[in-house]
Design a binder for this molecule. Structure first.
Ligand SMILES: Cc1cc2nc3c(=O)[nH]c(=O)nc-3n(C[C@H](O)[C@H](O)[C@H](O)COP(=O)(O)OP(=O)(O)OC[C@H]3O[C@@H](n4cnc5c(N)ncnc54)[C@H](O)[C@@H]3O)c2cc1C
Length: 162
């Protein structure tokens, strides 16, 4: 590995955890992030202003544009990164320095779950943003009948033992 300050390091493995515009990923893939064209504008304001009658939205100098590496509809980007880190650390610790085995074990353990999270997040997004007449009507009807403590649809995501 060569670093911008001119130093370098010899190592058996490199973990590219440098985010959406990862430079380490670019070493092994020429793919590019795909914009979902769904953007959430978020901000904070003093609590005493929360009851203001008028809604003010500032978009301009100093604006903050955020992007999710996986679609945001299950709020799982950071959660999956944390699970990844735990899994990778466990496999590295268990392989006595054999990075190839550790990476293979990590991939085998994680690929199914992360793919499921990405796939289901995409499906939820399609339900939230459906612009036909039928899907929003059915969605609202289902949600209106759902008890507040009914987590059936997401039990698979938060089940114990992961
Ligand atoms: C507004 C917002 C709300 C979110 N809400 C949720 C939520 O509720 N639940 C959830 O699970 N996820 C949420 N996410 C998503 C989550 O934040 C990301 O998916 C997660 O942070 C990705 O983690 P990461 O480690 O892959 O990358 P990052 O968190 O982006 O970390 C990458 C790091 O690498 C560093 N870096 C980049 N390039 C270089 C370089 N060349 N040299 C050195 N360092 C470099 C960066 O400075 C950064 O510190 C949200 C994201 C946003 C923006």
């Amino acid at each position: 590995m060569s670093f911008a300050d001119g130093t370098g390091l010899h190592c058996q493995g490199v973990v590219g955890a440098d985010g959406l515009w990862s430079r380490t990923r670019a070493l092994i893939s020429d793919d590019q992030p795909i914009c979902s064209e769904s953007v959430a504008y978020r901000g904070t304001l003093p609590a005493r202003q929360a009851d203001a009658d008028d809604e003010l939205i500032w978009i301009g100098p100093g604006k903050h544009l955020v992007q999710y590496p996986m679609l945001q509809y299950l709020a799982q980007g950071a959660c999956q990164a944390i699970e990844d880190a735990e899994c990778l650390a466990r496999h590295l610790a268990g392989q006595n320095g054999d990075f190839g085995e550790a990476f293979a074990g990590y991939q085998a353990e994680r690929i199914g779950r992360t793919a499921q999270v990405q796939t289901v997040a995409r499906a939820w997004g399609e339900v939230w943003h459906a612009d036909d007449l039928i899907v929003p009507a059915l969605r609202d009807r289902v949600f209106a009948r759902r008890a507040a403590d009914d987590h059936t649809d997401l039990d698979w995501l938060y089940q114990e033992g992961l």
